[in-house]
Design a protein around this ligand. Structure first.
Ligand SMILES: [Fe+2]
Length: 408
């Protein structure tokens, strides 16, 4: 089931992954082993007030590691926040970073690491492989089962000048260590668990539907779909620690898959409008998920059948034509069970600005948006998405995402 023309691939994951209940106990030794002596601990106010920072700080203290806390990362952080954190790290002479939080602190913390060693502003490094020096060594401790940013080389931040997202990508940006401790996601509120889980599920599904898939990324993506789809309901609505741990591991596996097979149209469409979207990243990409899956279905019935199987479909007496669309039905059923919205509302996003969002999509997920550039309706989106999309397709997908879907 080769999905692209390419024949030579590479799989890269330099991040050491430590996981299991109470695995944050390892933080002191891990930090010392990295050759670091003073930590900048990056987090946000919500994580701090939920009491999740405290055990990590106590463990650092117990190991004799001095630290400075920067817990001012906002949801969807921008270059200003990253600059502020970098100033503190430089002033306090921190030589390592520990991030405790979800995707926002994990991206801000990694951006801070880039700025401390390279100088300038984070926008200078937007795009791929722009920074010349490795960032500060970083340990990522996620407190949501969603972004997978603890194993990612891509730093996603808000570009405050362009009202869009920017991506700072480099193999040097991988955290050195990720610690996946399900005890830290035990108290995550229902809705946060849902939106972060849907984001992770989107990473896994997108990673399975690109032109850069390999048997290695496929194995990770399908297992991640299986873990997240099978456990997200219980992980969000109950105290089931096993379900929470399954979602946490699944979200990390999903990001390892998409870090190598890349993402497709969902995140490209999401990033292009999220600068103006009143809602979380998980909500934005989740609403787009069923629509883009329907767009992608004709590109590979085989792959959609495998997705359906990983969500529990049985092969018995099922044809490919019967099995494949069920992947979309399963996602819709999950959304109904979780109370996840079927469409965007006018209060979240300006429908009239769709042509503007579509123009941003044409820069591609890893490109830098040029507001002066115009595109014809048949221009093709630069993307690894399994089905090529034009500007016209992108506009139609955005329009559909305001209309809602039906269960077929
Ligand atoms: Fe995402």
């Amino acid at each position: 089931m080769r999905t692209g023309e390419q024949t030579i691939y590479s799989f890269h994951l330099p991040t050491r992954i430590i996981h299991g209940p109470n695995s944050i106990q390892e933080i002191g030794q891990v930090f010392v082993n990295l050759g670091c002596t003073k930590a900048l601990v990056v987090s946000d106010k919500g994580v701090n007030s939920a009491g999740l920072l405290k055990p990590v700080l106590e463990l650092l203290k117990k190991s004799g590691i001095p630290y400075v806390v920067f817990d001012e990362v906002e949801e969807d952080p921008d270059g200003v926040t990253v600059g502020k954190g970098a100033d503190i790290a430089l002033r306090e002479k921190c030589d390592g970073i520990v991030v405790v939080g979800g995707g926002s602190p994990l991206c801000a913390g990694r951006g801070i690491g880039v700025l401390v060693t390279n100088g300038g502003k984070i926008r200078d490094y937007a795009g791929l492989d722009k920074a010349s020096k490795p960032p500060l060594p970083l340990v990522g401790i996620p407190t949501t089962a969603g972004s997978g940013a603890e194993v990612s080389q891509f730093i996603v931040l808000k570009d405050e000048a362009q009202h869009a997202k920017m991506v700072v990508g480099s193999p040097m940006n991988f955290p050195k260590v990720a610690i996946l401790d399900p005890m830290l996601i035990r108290t995550l509120p229902f809705w946060q668990s849902v939106v972060s889980g849907v984001d992770a599920l989107t990473h896994a599904i997108e990673a399975y539907l690109t032109s850069l898939t390999t048997p290695i990324t496929d194995a990770l993506a399908l297992s991640a779909v299986n873990l997240i789809y099978g456990n997200l309901r219980a992980a969000s609505a109950s105290d089931d620690l096993d379900a929470k741990e399954a979602c946490l591991i699944g979200s990390t596996m999903a990001n390892i898959a998409c870090g190598n097979a890349r993402l497709g149209l969902i995140h490209t469409l999401g990033n292009a409008m999220e600068g103006e979207f009143k809602g979380s990243h998980g909500l934005a990409v989740g609403v787009l998920l069923p629509y883009v899956m329907e767009f992608n279905l004709p590109a590979s019935y085989q792959r959609f059948a495998m997705l359906a199987r990983s969500m529990g479909a049985s092969d018995i007496e099922s044809t490919l034509e019967d099995l494949a669309p069920r992947a979309i039905t399963y996602i819709k059923r999950l959304f109904i069970d979780l109370g996840f919205p079927k469409k965007f509302s006018g209060s979240q996003l300006d429908r009239k600005a769709i042509p503007q969002y579509a123009k941003r999509v044409m820069a591609g997920l890893y490109g830098v948006y040029d507001p002066d550039k115009e595109y014809p309706m048949d221009a093709v989106v630069p993307s690894a998405n399994i089905r090529k999309a034009t500007m016209k397709d992108v506009i139609e997908l955005y329009e559909k995402s305001f209309e809602g879907w039906e269960m077929r």
